[in-house]
Design a protein around this ligand. Sequence first.
Ligand code: TYC
Length: 109
Amino acid sequence: MTHWMSDPDQPDDQSDLAVKPRTRPQRPPMYKVLLLNDDFTPMEFVVHVLERLFHMSHAQAIEIMLTVHRRGVAVVGVFSHEVAETKVAQVMELARRQQHPLQCTMEKE
Ligand code: TYC
């Protein structure tokens, strides 16, 4: 017979309900994936990367590639930390395989 003893590990309903959240629930941080300009990576390779890895149309890929070419950097997408890391690694691996100096980084939004 144990039912008349309160379990110290099992807070009663009152105390459970009495805990007020002190902060709002936080959204997971998102990360911008940035593509950097250089003088050597061919434009068509960058366009190919944007189509393949970032699911852009040909026209969209050309537009973003030209933005990077003119301004030095552009955001190519915003993702969770894990997806952003994967995208950066995939860009860097494709560039490495073709021996292009293309650089891709991520940054907290
Ligand atoms: N600047 C390169 C060229 O003139 C093209 C280029 C665009 C390279 C975007 C990198 O992220 C880049 N061939």
